[in-house]
Design a binder for this molecule. Structure first.
Ligand code: NDP
Ligand code: 2IT
Length: 453
C-alpha cells in the first residue's frame, strides 16, 4: 500500500472547506477538532497513512428526501428531511432528529460528526449519526405534527433499524414526536424493536432518559469543580434555553444547592433575581411542553422576574457558571468577554457547539473550566445507549440503578478528558483537547482494525 504524503493542518482545513462549500457549521466543527488531532497524531504515522481523520470527516452516507404532508386547512406542504450516517466503526449509527426551520445538511453533518466523538466518549458501543427536517413545529396542531412525523418515517424507516441506526430526539423532537414516529415504524415494518430511543415508558422507554442530558451536563460541571476543590452548592448559574436540556440542567443545579438566574428561548431571556425554584422550573416545563408557550410569559406569572426581548441572550448577567443549553453558536466572543469580566469560572455546554470558535479560544486563554458539548451533554445519548441495552434484553432497569450509571458514565467521560487533556506539571485540564483526542482514538483504532473500507 502506498504511503500517502502527510497533509498538514492548513491544507487539511482548506480541503474540508473546498469539499463542503456552503456548509459553515460542518467546517467549524471539523476545524475545532482537527488542530488537537493533528497534534496528537504528529508522531503516530498510521493515523495519517490510513487517512483516519479525513475519513471521519466524510460521512459514510447522507440520505436526503422529500417529506410531503397535509396541513389542517388541506394545503399540501413540502419539507426536506435528512439522515446523516457519519461513522459506525464502534456501533450502530446513533443520534437525534431535529425539527427546526434552520435545519440544513451542513447543520446535520456538523451534529453527526460531533456525535461520533461524543458517543465514543460514553464508553458505549454507538456510532455517530443525526437527522432532521426543516419543519417548524411551532404553531402546528397535534394532528399536523402527527402527519408530518408519519410521512417522515414512511421514508426514513428503510434507512434505520435497531442494529443499523437508532434515532432519538433533539431540538423540536420530544416524547410526542418520538411516539408518532415509533408508531409509524412499527406499523410499516410490523416489528416491535428498539429502533428509536426516548420512547414513552409504556413502550420500551428508559427511566431518566428525559432528564439525562441536563442532569449529565451538571454532573460534568460538578466533576470539573471537584477537580479544583469546589462544588455546585452556592454557585450562581446562567442558563440559556428552556427546553428539555435547559430545564433539567436547571433542576439539577437547584437540587445541588446552586441558584439559577436565567432561562431563555429564541425570543429573549428571563432574569429571575430570586432564582428559579423547583416549582418555578416545573411551571416552565408545563408552559413549554403542554401549553407550547413562550418564556416571556414567565414574567407575567412571577412579578420579580424581568424579560429581555428581541432575541437577547443571558450572558451579561453576573454568574459563577454558565450553561448554554439552546443551540449552536449562541455564545460568541462579545458574550465570552462579558462572562469573563463578571468572574465566570466554568462553562458546561448542554447544547451542541453553542460556543463559537472565537469564544472558545477566549475561554481557553483565560484558563477557566470549559467543557465542550461532546463531553458535557453526552449523558443523553449515554442513557439512550442504556435504553438500547434494556430493549435488547427486554427488561427495564430501576431508576436508582440508572441514576448511578449516568453519574458513573459522566465521571468516566471527565476522567477520559483529563487523561488526554491534562497539561504536564500543572493541574489544568484542556477539556476540549481531551474530549477530541479520547473520542478520536477509540473510533480511529477500530477503523485501523478494519483496514481500508
Ligand atoms: P428543545 O427543543 O427541548 O429546546 C430547545 C430550546 O432552545 C428552546 O428553548 C428553544 O427556543 C431554544 N432554541 C432553539 N433554537 C434556537 C435558536 N436558533 N436561537 C435561540 N434559541 C433557540 O431542545 P433540547 O433542549 O433537546 O436541545 C437543546 C440543545 O441541546 C441542542 O443543541 C441539542 O442538540 C442539544 N442536545 C440535546 C440532547 C437531548 O437529549 N435532547 C442531547 C444532547 C444535546 P424556542 O422555543 O424559541 O425555539
Ligand atoms: O445531541 C445528542 O446527543 C442528542 N440529541 C441525543 C441523541 C440520542 O441518540 O439520544
Amino acid at each position: 500500500m502506498a504511503v500517502s504524503d502527510h497533509v498538514d493542518l492548513p491544507k487539511f482545513i482548506e480541503g474540508v472547506k473546498r469539499r463542503n462549500p456552503g456548509q459553515p457549521e460542518f467546517v467549524q466543527a471539523v476545524q475545532e477538532v482537527a488542530q488537537d488531532i493533528f497534534e496528537f497524531i504528529a508522531d503516530k504515522p498510521k493515523y495519517h497513512e490510513y487517512q483516519i481523520l479525513r475519513r471521519i470527516a466524510e460521512p459514510d452516507r447522507v440520505v436526503s428526501f422529500r417529506v410531503c404532508w397535509e396541513d389542517d386547512k388541506g394545503n399540501i406542504r413540502v419539507q426536506r428531511g435528512w439522515r446523516v450516517q457519519n461513522n459506525n466503526a464502534i456501533g450502530p449509527y446513533k443520534g437525534g432528529i431535529r425539527f427546526h426551520p434552520s435545519v440544513t445538511e451542513s447543520v446535520l453533518k456538523f451534529l453527526a460528526f460531533e456525535q461520533t466523538f461524543k458517543n465514543a466518549l460514553t464508553g458505549l458501543p454507538m456510532g455517530g449519526g443525526k437527522g432532521g427536517a426543516n419543519f417548524n413545529p411551532k404553531g402546528k396542531s397535534d394532528h399536523e405534527v402527527m402527519r408530518f412525523c408519519q410521512s417522515l418515517m414512511t421514508e426514513l424507516y428503510r434507512h434505520i433499524g435497531a442494529d443499523v441506526d437508532v434515532p432519538a430526539g433533539d431540538i423540536g423532537v420530544g416524547a410526542r414526536e418520538i411516539g408518532y414516529m415509533f408508531g409509524q415504524y412499527k406499523r410499516i415494518t410490523n416489528e416491535f424493536t428498539g429502533v428509536l430511543t426516548g420512547k414513552g415508558l409504556e413502550f420500551g422507554g428508559s427511566l431518566i432518559r428525559t432528564e439525562a442530558t441536563g442532569y449529565g451536563c451538571v454532573y460534568f460541571l460538578e466533576n470539573m469543580l471537584k477537580h479544583i476543590k469546589q462544588d455546585v452548592a452556592g454557585k450562581k448559574a446562567v442558563i440559556s434555553g428552556s427546553g428539555n436540556v435547559a430545564t433539567h440542567a436547571a433542576e439539577k443545579i437547584v437540587q445541588l444547592g446552586g441558584t439559577v438566574l436565567t432561562l431563555s428561548d429564541s425570543e429573549g431571556f428571563i432574569h429571575d433575581p430570586d432564582g428559579f425554584t423547583l416549582e418555578k422550573i416545573n411551571w416552565v416545563k408545563e408552559l413549554k411542553n403542554r401549553r407550547r408557550g413562550r418564556i416571556s410569559e414567565y414574567a407575567k406569572e412571577f412579578k420579580n422576574a424581568k424579560f429581555y426581548g428581541e432575541g437577547a441572550r443571558p450572558w451579561g448577567i453576573a454568574c459563577d457558571v454558565a450553561l448554554p443549553c439552546a443551540t449552536q453558536n449562541e455564545l460568541q466572543a462579545a458574550d465570552a468577554k462579558k462572562l469573563l469580566a463578571n468572574g465566570c469560572k466554568a462553562v458546561s455546554e448542554g447544547a451542541n457547539m453553542p460556543t463559537d470558535l472565537e469564544a472558545t479560544h477566549l475561554f481557553k486563554e483565560a484558563g477557566i473550566l470549559f467543557a465542550p458539548g461532546k463531553a458535557a451533554n453526552a449523558g443523553g445519548v449515554a442513557v439512550s445507549g442504556l435504553e438500547m441495552s434494556q430493549n435488547s434484553a427486554r427488561i427495564s432497569w430501576k431508576e436508582d440503578d440508572l441514576q448511578k450509571l449516568l453519574q458513573d458514565i459522566m465521571r468516566g467521560i471527565h476522567d477520559r478528558c483529563a487523561e488526554y487533556g491534562g497539561k504536564a506539571g500543572t493541574d489544568h485540564i484542556d477539556y476540549v483537547r481531551g474530549a477530541n483526542i479520547a473520542g478520536f482514538k477509540k473510533v480511529a483504532d477500530a477503523m485501523l482494525a478494519f483496514g481500508v473500507v
